[in-house]
Structure formats: C-alpha cells, structure tokens
Design a protein around this ligand. Structure first.
Ligand code: G3P
Length: 224
C-alpha cells in the first residue's frame, strides 16, 4: 500500500519525508490556505517549496484547483500542472463541472485525482471519465453514518471494472479508521503528519527496546 502525507507545511513534510516510505504529498485548499496565512507566503511559493522537498525522489504532489466552472477548471488545472509537469496530480472535486474537466484532462494525459468522494456511484463515474485516482473521505463519511466498508466496495468496483484508477483514502482522525481501511486492499492512504507520529510511536515498542538495552548492558557487566 502507498502512503502519502496530507499536509502543506514544508517543515512538517520535510521531517516526515526523510523516512523514505512516502509516495508523495496531498494538499487541499484548506490546508494550503492555513499554511500560506500562517507563514505569510504566497500559495505558489509553498507549492514550490514542497516540490523542492520531493526532488531526488519519484514523489507526486497533489494540488487541488479551486475554480468551480469547467472552463476555469481547465485554465487553473493547466497552471497547476505547469508548476511541475512530471510531479503534479490535479485534484478536482467530483462535481458536474469537475467530472467534465477530468474527462478533458484525461484526453490531454494530465493525471487527475477525483476528490471529495463519498459514494460508489461517484467512483464509477470518475473511473469512466479516466480519473487517475479517486479519494474517498473516510472520516467525513463516518460522520454522516456511511460505514468504512463502502471504501472496500469502491476498491472492488475498480478491480472488477478494470479501470486504470487508483484509490487513495483520505480524511482520517484516528488510527482505528486507518487500520480498518488498511484491510480493504486499497492502493493508498493519505494521512496528516500527527497520525503518522501516532502510528510510528508505539509505547510497547519503546518499552521493548529499553528492555533489550538493559539486558544487553547486564551482559557487558558480566563480561567485564
Ligand atoms: O485531502 C482531503 C482530506 O485532507 C480531507 O481531510 O481531515 O479535512 O476531512 P479532513
């Protein structure tokens, strides 16, 4: 399974990306605007800083357009891709105009990620128009009573239909959701850095490592 960092703060991305386990970074207008405001830096500059962090790897950067009409989406999507044509995936919300834009970008071989996905029909349509990725929002689904198992149905649909579309689950608030989704055979997940911190810092592992060190030190005392 592929892991992506769902964050726009370059310092936080850089710290995690060094682990070498990530396939890229996903952003959205909310997190990009939060970081741009906090750092008082233009959004494009932040995007360029993230691209710099990805240099030397094959990592992708997912950047979402904010235009809402088809024509504006085509224009904005092209501007986004031009920031780094080999690295950028254009995230497009699964609206009627968004679906048209995904179809047009597919013709131009521009990779897209259909985002804000909540049901199987949306997945089927986005596969049909050639979206490269679909991103269901797990926590936001659960908040309105949609079970996580629906993500598994989405994945099965993609496999059975033979679509060349990959599912990256996004929007998580806890490890239980993450681990439930991990069992569904999906292509990837995108998580906020705080969740990776929690996944990587298991207190039982820390205790086990301390005990190994203590036992080893005792052996050295005997040898001396
Ligand atoms: O990239 C989309 C995803 O970040 C949404 O996550 O946590 O705002 O529901 P969240």
């Amino acid at each position: 399974m592929q892991f992506y960092i769902d964050e726009a703060n370059p310092a936080e991305i850089e710290k995690l990306y060094k682990l070498g386990i990530f396939a890229g970074v996903t952003t959205n207008p909310s997190i990009l605007s939060r970081v741009a405001q906090a750092e008082r830096v233009a959004v494009n500059k932040i995007v360029r800083r993230i691209i710099d962090i990805l240099e030397g790897s094959e990592g992708l950067l997912f950047v979402q357009l904010v235009a809402q009409s088809y024509e504006q989406m085509l224009h904005e999507g092209r501007e986004i891709v031009d920031l780094s044509p080999t690295r950028i995936v254009v995230k497009i919300p699964c609206t009627l105009d968004g679906i048209r834009a995904m179809a047009e970008f597919a013709k131009q071989a521009v990779p897209t990620c259909a985002t804000a996905i909540f049901n199987l029909s949306q997945v089927a349509i986005c596969c049909r128009v050639g979206a490269s990725y679909v991103a269901p929002y797990v926590n936001r689904m659960q908040e309105v009573g949609i079970p996580v198992s629906v993500v598994g149905e989405m994945q099965r649909y993609i496999e059975r239909s033979g679509a060349n579309t990959r599912l990256i689950a996004a929007s998580f608030t806890n490890i239980k959701q993450v681990e439930e989704v991990m069992t569904l055979g999906i292509y990837g997940i995108s998580l906020h850095p705080q969740l990776y911190d929690k996944m990587l810092a298991n207190p039982l592992t820390t205790t086990a490592v301390s005990r190994f060190a203590e036992d080893w030190n005792e052996l050295k005392e005997v040898r001396v």
